[in-house]
Structures are given as structure tokens and as C-alpha cells.
Design a protein around this ligand. Structure first.
Ligand SMILES: *[C@@H]1O[C@H](CO)[C@@H](O)[C@H](O)[C@H]1NC(C)=O
Ligand SMILES: *[C@@H]1O[C@H](CO)[C@@H](O)[C@H](O)[C@H]1NC(C)=O
Length: 591
């Protein structure tokens, strides 16, 4: 996950948890529901006592409308193999072996840093060579069977040729690099950051979660399938970048170019990269699949005004003017809205349909929101009490950099700041730039500044002015929101395949026999992943790693900070997930 997000994954529902404080208490809701149900039964008569009636005409229909669910998808052609592997994966022996594989990977530090010079010039890239060596000795089957191409030296692209060339390949991606460990925080690590220490329950260290757990699960899956003599019909590609944590400029960007040039646009059936949320919310297990990502733009706001000796100062220096601009920006935050049809709205619907402990007031508002604007606003209000939910729904702004002045007795000729925006999935870079441009117009006039924004002169360039105001894309890295992967309707075959796979793995891993299940919902990945470079490879891009967090939403807190870890049991479940995904995709008719 990109470093700017502390918890780069879509936080689903904590939102409503706060709202629940305002809403009726849970037990009171329950009481109320019981009373209402009693009245309904009395009125509707004894036929309602039949559970089937309630199931077929009440609850289920609404649930299906709000948040339709797939049935668990179990490999059938490879059914025997899947069964055998399910048992193998459940053994202590396999568990310990798998842990060792991840521990070994964590022990090879593969930090990537901001603003690195190209591969070949910056020696810091060389840390990836020992990591490749590690993979080579650890996964002999993979290296004997798959074709490996190294892109830009350290990018890894493996091809596992399928028997049927007419099937579009599956593309599984992960990144080799990890967030650097801040040397000043080493002492705060319970276990040294590159120790890969396994305490019997958790594997500790930088990358244990993000993203070596994904990379090693994928490699372990393929290694094991080859060992069992599985031969795919559908070609499987593995692509591992090496600078996702900075910007993917050298890794995923080069890999994308290589894949596009070699295989063309939309050559892949589906792509699964890191991301997603998989844990318990309001008494129900949820898997939230990232079907899109927000966009981003860093807007540089620069004020220039005449310099001079500060003994005869003007009323406002460039720093003073910039300050007023920034105050104005912060006083006018973007308006976040819960909009029908967006992934955030779909997530809310899935909560309403399936979370037993969601406050009933919130549930009712969401249920009615499709038809009632008033209910939509009520749902929005409740959900937005969680700032994380609100931040994901709308465009955000944060003044993250500021600079100006060189000397205490000299008027500053220049002052600038950078405002970081994360752009709502239904907005755009252009709309964000336009918003900012308009926002500062009256202050540009008030301070008598000649104003240009994103290469356009606003107003008369020749009019005499006291100074200038310039807005620009700070590093020319503006990123549009990602196209939304279809999750409903005729184009959603890949989503359904993934959802059915998640359900099977949830049940097999927990040996569920009573129909208990996980609810799969589309959602937003709050950070930007390597997938930003992969849009043209397929329309079916999913950010989902099957990272189980249980009831601890804060579990991923260590991912970019100190004390990163992963539960070994969760890691094992990821291996089941990638195994089921490869087998299901292999025999699927719908992708
Ligand atoms: C703006 O500043 C210029 C240069 O100082 C000055 O000539 C002009 O009169 C000012 N215009 C206004 C409207 O204050
Ligand atoms: C799974 O559950 C069934 C029924 O509860 C039980 O008989 C069986 O032993 C369990 N299997 C495993 C591997 O735990």
C-alpha cells in the first residue's frame, strides 16, 4: 500500500459504530424489533410462523436487492485436488513450512525510498537481488516450470503457460518492496524489524503483512500446485513490482509497459492485487473487495510579491497572503456526499442487509435510501460521523507542505504550499482543479494578484498587479480515480468468481458446516496501489488479499509503522485463497 495511508485499506463500518451512540441502544432496538415482529405476526396470522414464508417474501428478497450474494464456489474439475490440498493445508507440518517461507522473505530487507534514481544508478535497488535469490532457492518448482522475465532488472513477471490459449490469462500481482524502517524507531519494535520472528501465533517484521504475505502466498500456491502435478488450462501470470511503496514508477510502471507491448490491451481476464478488508463488522464477517481507488492531485499554491527590506513592509507579505489563502481553503472543505450507485453506497447497503448489530435506525435509512432522498441524507449523516467513511466518499484536502522566506529582515518574494487531494471516485482531476481555482479567485482579486491556474491565465494578464498567484500540479503526478470494476450485472463474472471463491475459503478454513458465511461487498481502496499502472490490462481489477483482521479493525496499524505483523493462521488462509482462486479461475466459463 502507498505510504500516505496509515491504514490504506478501506475501513468499512466503524462509521456507524459512532452513530450508534446517538441511535437507540442495541438492546432496546432488539426489544423493539421483537415487539414489532410480534405485532406483525399477530396481524398477518399464523402462516407467518412458517419460517419459509418469512424467508421467501420478507428478509431474503430485501437482502438480495440491497446486497446480492454469490454461493460458495468450489472447484469442481479440480475438486479432488482442492479437497486434498484443503487437508494438506490443515496439517501442522504444512503450517510450519508455510510460516518458514514467509519468515525467510521478511528476513531479506527490501526497502524502497522516495525519489530514488533509476535502476543501475541508485545502488539502493540492489537489495532486490538477494530477494530474487531467496525466491529462486525457495520455490524450485516455480522456477523450473514458469517462464521468468525480469523487467527493469528487478520487476518479476512469471508466466505459467496454460493448455488452452483461447482462455484469457489470470494476473496475480504483489510487490517485493517494503516501507523503510525509520532507524529512530528500531528500539520500539518488540522484535527486530527484519527478524521475521515467529512467536507461535504471529510473524513479526516489516513486510510480514504488506506485502510479502501476498507475494509468498501466491508463490507457495503455485509451488504446491506444481508439486501436485496440476497443469492449468488458463495461463497464469504473476507480476511483482519493486517500488509500490514509493510510487511504482520504476517497477509496476515498467511491468505494465512490458505487458501491454507484449500482450496488448485487455489481454487479461482479471487482476488481483493487494487490498481489501476482511474482518468482522457489527457481528458479521465481511470481505470488502476494492473495485476502485480514489484519484489524487497535489496542488501547489504559490504567491510571489515584491521583495525588499523589511523595515518598510507592506501590509501583507507573500507569506501573509499565502496564509490567508490556506485559511480560506481549510474553511471551505469539499462537500462529501453519499451517492447512489457508488462503491461506498454499495458497502452501506451490504451492511444494512447483513450486519445483525447495525443500529436499526441506520439500517432503515439505508434500506429506504434507494427511493427516498430524505432517507439517503439520514444514512449519509449517520455514516459520515465516521471521518474515515466520509473521507472515502468525498474529495479530501490536506495542506501538507509549506515554505517561504529566506531571511528574518528580508521580505519574502515567494511563498508556496502544497495541498494534497484525494479525489472522490465520481469526480476527476479536472473538477478538483476547477474547484480550487474558483475558491481562490476572490482572494486573488482582493490582494491584487495576477492569477494563473494550471497553465491558464485567469482574468487580464496585462493589468497592473501587486504580485502573482499560481496554482499548479506540484509534481505532475495527478491521478484520475480508477475505473470502477463491474460488481453487478452481465459484466460482473469476474467479481462473482472472486466472491464465490472468498466464500468457499472462509468456510473451508473454519470448517464451517452450518452455513455461516462471509458477506462480500464492493468497496474503495483508500490508498493507491500498483494497479494505477494496470488499468489497460483488464477491466476486472480487484484490490483484495484476503487479509483476515478478525474483529480488530486496527490490526493493520503496524503496516507502515512499528511492529508490523501477521497472524500465521491468517497467512495460511491466504494460501487457501490463492489456491482456490487459481483453480476456480482455471475452470471458469464466466471470465
Ligand atoms: C494593483 O497593484 C498595482 C501595482 O502595485 C497597482 O498599479 C494597481 O493600481 C493595483 N490595482 C488595484 C485594483 O489595487
Ligand atoms: C469439521 O467439522 C466436523 C463437524 O463439526 C467435524 O466432524 C470434523 O472433524 C471437522 N474437521 C476438522 C478438520 O476440524
Amino acid at each position: 500500500m502507498y505510504p500516505l495511508e496509515k491504514d490504506g485499506l478501506l475501513p468499512a463500518p466503524a462509521p456507524v459504530r459512532q452513530a450508534s451512540r446517538l441511535a437507540l441502544s442495541k438492546s432496546f432496538c432488539f426489544l423493539l424489533a421483537t415487539v414489532c415482529a410480534g405485532i406483525a405476526l399477530y396481524i398477518l396470522g399464523p402462516q407467518c410462523l412458517s419460517r419459509q414464508f418469512v424467508a421467501s417474501y420478507g428478509e431474503v428478497t430485501l437482502k438480495e436487492v440491497l446486497c446480492p450474494q454469490e454461493s460458495p464456489l468450489v472447484p469442481s474439475e479440480s475438486g479432488e485436488l482442492w479437497k486434498e490440498l484443503s487437508e494438506t493445508y490443515g496439517t501442522k507440518e504444512f503450517f510450519l513450512q508455510a510460516v518458514e517461507l514467509l519468515v525467510g522473505a521478511v528476513k531479506v530487507p527490501t526497502e524502497s525510498f522516495d525519489k530514488m534514481a533509476p535502476v543501475g544508478q541508485d545502488p539502493r535497488w540492489e537489495v532486490f537481488a538477494p530477494f530474487h535469490d531467496y525466491l529462486l532457492v525457495t520455490f524450485p518448482n516455480v522456477h523450473a516450470t514458469l517462464k521468468l522475465t525480469k523487467v527493469n532488472t528487478y520487476g518479476l513477471v512469471y508466466v505459467w503457460e496454460g493448455l488452452d490459449a483461447s482462455l484469457k490469462p489470470l494476473l496475480l500481482t504483489a510487490h517485493q518492496d517494503v516501507v523503510p524502517v525509520n532507524p529512530e524507531t528500531v528500539a520500539e519494535w518488540v522484535h527486530p524489524p527484519f527478524s521475521g520472528y515467529f512467536d507461535g501465533e504471529r510473524i513479526w517484521g516489516r513486510g510480514s503483512f504488506d506485502d510479502k504475505s501476498v507475494l509468498i502466498s501466491i508463490m507457495t500456491t503455485v509451488e504446491t500446485l506444481i508439486e501436485k502435478d496440476f497443469k492449468p488450462a488458463r495461463t497464469v501470470f504473476l507480476a511483482f513490482g519493486f517500488d509500490e511503496e514509493t510510487d511504482g514508477l520504476h517497477g509496476a510502471s515498467a511491468i505494465s509497459k512490458y505487458l501491454l507491448e507484449t500482450y496488448g490491451e485487455n489481454a487479461f481476464s482479471m487482476l488481483v492485487d493487494e487490498g481489501g478488508l476482511y474482518g468482522v463488522e457489527y457481528g458479521q464477517a465481511y470481505a470488502t473487495v476494492g473495485t476502485t481507488e480514489k484519484g489524487a492531485v497535489d496542488v501547489r499554491v504559490e504567491v510571489a510579491s515584491p521583495g525588499g527590506h523589511s523595515s518598510i513592509p507592506p501590509a501583507h507579505t507573500s507569506i501573509g497572503i499565502l496564509s490567508q489563502l490556506l485559511v480560506h481553503i481549510e474553511s471551505q472543505p469539499y462537500k462529501a456526499e453519499l451517492k447512489r450507485g457508488t462503491p461506498m453506497y454499495q458497502m452501506a447497503q451490504c451492511l444494512a442487509a447483513h450486519a445483525p448489530e447495525l443500529p436499526s435506525k441506520v439500517r432503515k435509512a439505508i434500506e429506504k435510501a434507494d427511493k427516498s432522498d430524505k432517507a439517503l441524507k439520514a444514512a449519509e449523516k449517520a455514516l459520515f460521523t465516521d471521518i474515515r467513511f466520509k473521507a472515502l466518499a468525498g474529495t479530501t484536502q490536506a495542506v501538507d507542505l509549506v515554505q517561504g522566506g529566506v531571511k528574518a529582515n528580508a521580505l519574502p518574494e515567494n511563498a508556496w504550499a502544497v495541498v494534497n487531494h484525494r479525489i472522490a471516485t465520481d469526480s476527476s482531476v479536472g473538477a478538483t482543479q476547477e474547484h480550487d481555482t474558483k475558491l481562490l479567485l476572490h482572494l486573488a482579486r482582493q490582494f491584487n494578484l495576477s492569477y494563473s491556474a494550471f497553465g491558464q491565465q485567469i482574468g487580464d494578464a496585462d493589468a497592473p498587479a501587486y504580485g502573482t498567484l499560481t496554482l499548479s500540479d506540484a509534481w505532475n503526478t495527478a491521478l484520475e480515480p480508477a475505473p470502477v470494476t463491474p460488481s453487478a450485472g452481465g459484466d460482473a463474472g469476474a467479481f462473482r468468481l472472486l466472491a464465490g471463491t472468498i466464500k468457499t475459503v472462509y468456510q473451508v478454513h473454519r470448517n464451517v458446516t452450518d452455513g455461516e458465511t462471509v458477506i462480500v461487498s464492493p468497496g474503495i481502496m483508500s490508498g493507491n496501489t500498483d494497479t494505477r499502472y494496470y488499468w489497460q490490462l483488464t477491466k476486472n481489477i480487484f484490490r483484495y488479499s484476503h487479509w483476515w483482521t478478525g474483529t480488530e479493525s486496527g490490526l493493520m496499524g503496524g503496516t507502515h509503522s512499528v511492529n508490523e505483523f501477521i497472524f500465521a493462521d491468517g497467512f495460511l488462509e491466504m494460501i487457501r485463497f490463492y489456491t482456490a482462486l487459481v483453480l476456480n479461475a482455471d475452470e471458469s466459463q464466466s471470465i
